[in-house]
Write a protein that binds this ligand. Sequence first.
Ligand SMILES: O=P(O)(O)OC[C@H]1O[C@H](OP(=O)(O)OP(=O)(O)O)[C@H](O)[C@@H]1O
Ligand SMILES: NC(=O)CC[C@H](N)C(=O)O
Ligand code: SF4
Ligand SMILES: [Mg+2]
Length: 558
Amino acid sequence: MSQETVRAAELAAARTQALCATADDLERDELHEECGIFGVWAPNRGVARLTYFGLRALQHRGQESAGIAVGDGGTVMVRKDLGLLGRVFSDADLSALAGDVAVGHVRYGTAGAKSWEAAQPHLSTINDVIIALAHNGTLVNTDELRRQLIELGVPFLSNSDSEVAAKLIGYFTQRTSHLREGIRKTMEIVRGGYAMTLITEQALYAFRDPHGIRPLVLGRLVDQGLDQLDLEAVSTLPVDGDPAAAAADEPVVGIGGWVVASETCALDIVGAEYVRDVRPGEILRVNAEGLISEQGVPAETPGASCIFEQVYFARPDSIMDGKSVYACRYDMGRQLAIEAPAEADLVIGVPDSGLPPAEGFAHESGLRFGEGLIKNRYVARTFIEPTQELRSMGVRMKLNPLRDTIAGKRLVVIDDSIVRGTTMVQLVRMLRQAGAREIHVRINSPEVIWPCFYGIDTDVQSQLISASRSVDEICEMIGADSLAFLSMEGLLRCMPERSYCAACFTGCYPVAIPETFGREKFMDGYRPRNLGEDAVVDEDAVVQKGKDRTWELAHQSS
Ligand SMILES: O=P(O)(O)OC[C@H]1O[C@H](OP(=O)(O)OP(=O)(O)O)[C@H](O)[C@@H]1O
Ligand SMILES: NC(=O)CC[C@H](N)C(=O)O
Ligand code: SF4
Ligand SMILES: [Mg+2]
């Protein structure tokens, strides 16, 4: 190694160390992201390994920490740590996690620190009730609930909202002697976006918030030669909120196992067949007796699935609400070409999520589609880097223009969203340096103006480039020749027919945000319509529930 190379290596190492220190030390001001959850009940099928593969398919939803918990009939074991899945689990770790039921999580924290304690699954051990819980979403009213639980003597390891849910479930279950009742009671009291799955020593549970904000799908593993499940029966499992009706129905039995996951791509990877979405407000339980469903809390109408899943979060090979994410994004590009055409020679997409809409734009406009940017697949999503400097560096490390393709060309550049503007500012500069003659930026979603509180936590409104600037101002700032966003109506036209949360575009929040949670997050002059009050644990109601045995009697067979 030459003297210069050694020196360069030393400098690079010093710079990396400095950047790491900055990332750790600085208050995290970034836009946070998503989480991925996976649960499986499948005796004798190596559930830890299945969960590992399921989480691998969901790694794009969270790269901060990873964890798997396994129930072996006698106890629940959990292994979790900071970092990517492949770093957290060795083959030996997976072999050590033997059992019949498992739950796993990949995390981007939206509440609580980036710490081992806040990594999931969260264990809750209150007396003889042991559960491990994985959560995607954000609960907006846990501050007060945590305070009350602490007063009731419940210990906490982290300041994560998900740990509050785990402890609430444990607390209510202990009092009502029935886990589904503990979950139901918790669903009644927590507010926000949640898709959750949890395990006990021998059972798997899954449930979803009453608006259905965060996605959760149910799949089945079929043993060879045992494909005797009636899919019709599963999709019509009782969900009318009447516990007696649920008890009257026979559990669905006779398959190799059941899987729940944030996205269908995680079912595909473990060879599970998609059955249906877990319904808003529904609780599923799987154990040796089979699968049963109960409407834990009434579903809110209209529902409010997160529209941003289709725009950015979900993998293009997942199916959401019956339509492939790829097809949705493709259609958004077509619609964008109708709404905001451009005179150009070539359409390019910003990898990854900008590629399908770029193809759609090219198809609709008759322009040529080409690859103009090459992505380094080993650099994670820049959306979530902890400092502005790292985020900017992240864009350069991740994307590199193909000079031969773009030099001298008038380009249409498609990306799914502009949030802070970090990506586009860098990108337009890079494309100009590579010789692009004109750059027309087209975005296949509306402007992100409002923070999200339901699992993305775009945190403070002032970070959002569109919150304080007009489209023309943003165009000038990013240095493009023209800029246009897809309209809200146009976006909805591409989505499967149903109702959505689109609060980050519209400011219409489907779930009220407690004053204490949202007060500081909005810019002066911006105030969403539904700031709400904090919820409290109603001690009397819990005691009453404990005395009222009718629910348990109705469920004795379950
Ligand atoms: O305006 P910004 O604050 O830069 O955020 C918007 C960008 O962030 C996302 O990409 P990201 O790099 O996170 O992931 P991707 O590779 O999946 O597109 C999104 O697709 C936009 O490109
Ligand atoms: N992004 C998420 O879904 C995060 C889940 C949970 N709120 C946490 O911070 O761990
Ligand atoms: S505010 Fe936006 S990102 Fe958050 S849940 Fe609603 S649509 Fe999704
Ligand atoms: Mg991107």
